[in-house]
Ligand binder design. Structure first.
Ligand code: 4AD
Ligand code: MG
Length: 431
C-alpha cells in the first residue's frame, strides 16, 4: 500500500486520479448523489459519489455507511474553493475495508466521563486531533531549542531510589524485594550529567501521586528538563524566557489551522516576547494582598494566587526567590537572605499558572548534607548525588517544564486532561 495519496497532499493531484484511504467522518445523500466526508489523519475531504459515475453496487453501498467505516476511494480530484480542503473527489470506485459498528460518539453533547471512557475513540474527533497536533509541535520545538543550542540529550531513569520533589507524591514499587519509586523528575541525574557535558536536557514521563483532583494535575506527565553547568539564577531565567518565546512563536507559525479550530485567541500568544517581567516572591505577595485576597506570608502560592499575579501581565511572569521552607531540598539559598531560595517559577498568563519550576542548585557539600537531613531524606540514597559536590563542584542551574501545562495554555483549554493522549489522574487509569 505504498502509492496511496494523503488528503493533506491532494493539491498535487489536481485534475488527476488519486486513491485515498481513510474513515468516514460524516455523510449525506440527495437522490442521485452521496456526499461522503472522509478523513485520513492529514485532512478531511468531500467525496461525491454520483449514481451515473459508479456501478450500482458501489452506489447502494454508500447509501448506508456507518460513521467510522474504513474506505478506500479512487476518483478524480477537482479544485473547489468552497470545500474545507479546497478540493473535492469525484468518486470512480469505493471499496469498503471495514463496516464499522454503530459509533458511540455522535455530534451531540457527551459528558466528560463518557468521553474519557472512550478516549481511544475520542482521539478521532477534530478538537482532540488538533490538540495533539499542537502537542506534537510543542515537543518538537522544545527539542529543537535545546538541540540547536548545543545541549546534549541525556535520558534519565524511571526507577529511582529516592524522592526529588518531596516524599508526599511518591509512587512506590517493589523492586526485587526492596523499594523503588517512579521518578518525579530527572533533575538530579541531569546535575551529574551537566558536569560531564556542560549543557544537558532530558525529556520523559514523570510521576506524582497527586491526591487531589485539579484542572492542572496529572499523575503521569511529560517533563523537559535542561541543566547547565556554570549558570546562576539570572542565567537560568534568561534561558527559560528565550525557550518559552521560541516554543510559542514556533507553534503559532506551525499550527495556525489547529489553533483556529480550537478558537484560540492567538493575539494573546503573539505578545509572548522577551523580556518577561521578573518579580520576587515578596513583590508577588504584595500583588495578592493588594487585590484584597488574604494571604499568609511565607506560604506557597495556590492556583488562585498564581492567577491573580499572572493577570497583571500580558506575557509569562517569572517569580523568583520563594521562601526556602516551601521549596525542595536541593535549592541554593539566596546569599542576601538565606530564608529565600534562588528559585524561579514561570507563571503563564490568562490564569494558567505555573508552567516552569527551576533555579540554582546548592553546590556546597556540607550545606547540601544538612538540607537532606532537615528534609528527613535517607542520606544513603543520595551518596552519588553528593559526589557531584565533591569532585569539581560548580554553580549550576536548570528548570523543568511540564509539557501538558504548556499545551493547555497554548491551546487555551480549561482542563489538562485533554492535553495528553491517554491521561492518568487520581481517578483514571483506563483506557
Ligand atoms: O516545579 P516542579 O515540581 O519542578 C521539578 O520537578 C524540578 N525538579 C524541575 C527542574 O528544575 N529540573 O515541576 C516542574 C513542572 C511544573 O512547573 C509543571 O509545569 C509540571 O512540571 N508539573 C506537572 N504537570 C502536570 N501534572 C502535575 N502533577 C505536575 N507537577 C508538576
Ligand atoms: Mg513547582
Amino acid at each position: 500500500m505504498r502509492n496511496k495519496t494523503y488528503i493533506g497532499e491532494i493539491s498535487n493531484y489536481k485534475d488527476k486520479d488519486a486513491t485515498i484511504s481513510g474513515w468516514l467522518y460524516n455523510m449525506r445523500s440527495s437522490g442521485k448523489l452521496h456526499f461522503l466526508m472522509v478523513r485520513d489523519g492529514t485532512g478531511i475531504i468531500q467525496v461525491v459519489v454520483a449514481k451515473n459515475d459508479v456501478d450500482e453496487k458501489t452506489f447502494e453501498l454508500c447509501k448506508e455507511l456507518p460513521q467510522e467505516s474504513s474506505l478506500k476511494i479512487t476518483g478524480f480530484v477537482v479544485e473547489d474553493k468552497r470545500a474545507p480542503s479546497g478540493y473535492e473527489i469525484q468518486a470512480k470506485n469505493v471499496e469498503l475495508v471495514h463496516r464499522a459498528d454503530e459509533y458511540p460518539i455522535t455530534p451531540k453533547e457527551h459528558g466528560t466521563t463518557f468521553l474519557m471512557d472512550n478516549r481511544h475513540l475520542w482521539l478521532r474527533s477534530s478538537k482532540q486531533h488538533a490538540i495533539l497536533k499542537v502537542r506534537h509541535s510543542i515537543i518538537r520545538a522544545c527539542r529543537d531549542y535545546f538541540d540547536n543550542n548545543n545541549y546534549t540529550l541525556i535520558d534519565a531513569p524511571i526507577f529511582t531510589p529516592a524522592a526529588c520533589e518531596g516524599t508526599s507524591t511518591l509512587f512506590e514499587t517493589d523492586y526485587f524485594g526492596s523499594k523503588a519509586y517512579l521518578t518525579q523528575s530527572g533533575q538530579l541525574y541531569m546535575e551529574a550529567a551537566a558536569m560531564s557535558f556542560g549543557k544537558v536536557y532530558c525529556f520523559g514521563p514523570t510521576f506524582r501521586a497527586e491526591k487531589s483532583k485539579t484542572r492542572r494535575h496529572l499523575t503521569e506527565f511529560w517533563m523537559i528538563e535542561p541543566e547547565i553547568a556554570y549558570c546562576d539564577l539570572d542565567g537560568d531565567m534568561d534561558i527559560a524566557e528565550e525557550f518559552i518565546e521560541y516554543i510559542v512563536q514556533r507553534t503559532l507559525e506551525e499550527r495556525k489551522e489547529e489553533l483556529k479550530l480550537l478558537q484560540r485567541d492567538t493575539s494573546k500568544l503573539e505578545t509572548v516576547q522577551r523580556p518577561f517581567p521578573r518579580i520576587s516572591y515578596d513583590e508577588a505577595v504584595k500583588i495578592i494582598k493588594d487585590s484584597g485576597l488574604e494571604f499568609e506570608d511565607g506560604n506557597d502560592f495556590g492556583s488562585l494566587d498564581e492567577t491573580i499575579v499572572s493577570e497583571q501581565f500580558d506575557r509569562p511572569v517569572m517569580v523568583h526567590r520563594y521562601p526556602a521552607a516551601v521549596k525542595a531540598f536541593y535549592m541554593k539559598g539566596d546569599p542576601g537572605d538565606l530564608s529565600k531560595a534562588l528559585c524561579v517559577d514561570v507563571l503563564a498568563p490568562e490564569g494558567y499558572g505555573e508552567i516552569i519550576g527551576g533555579g540554582q542548585r546548592e553546590d556546597d557539600l556540607n550545606i547540601l548534607e544538612s538540607k537532606i537531613k532537615e528534609h528527613d531524606l535517607p542520606m544513603e540514597a543520595f551518596d552519588w548525588y553528593l559526589d557531584v559536590r565533591k569532585y569539581g563542584s560548580v554553580p549550576h542551574a536548570g528548570f523543568g517544564m511540564g509539557i501538558e501545562r504548556a499545551v493547555s495554555w497554548i491551546c487555551g483549554l480549561k482542563h489538562i486532561r485533554e492535553t495528553i493522549p491517554f491521561p492518568r489522574t487520581i481517578s483514571r487509569i483506563k483506557p
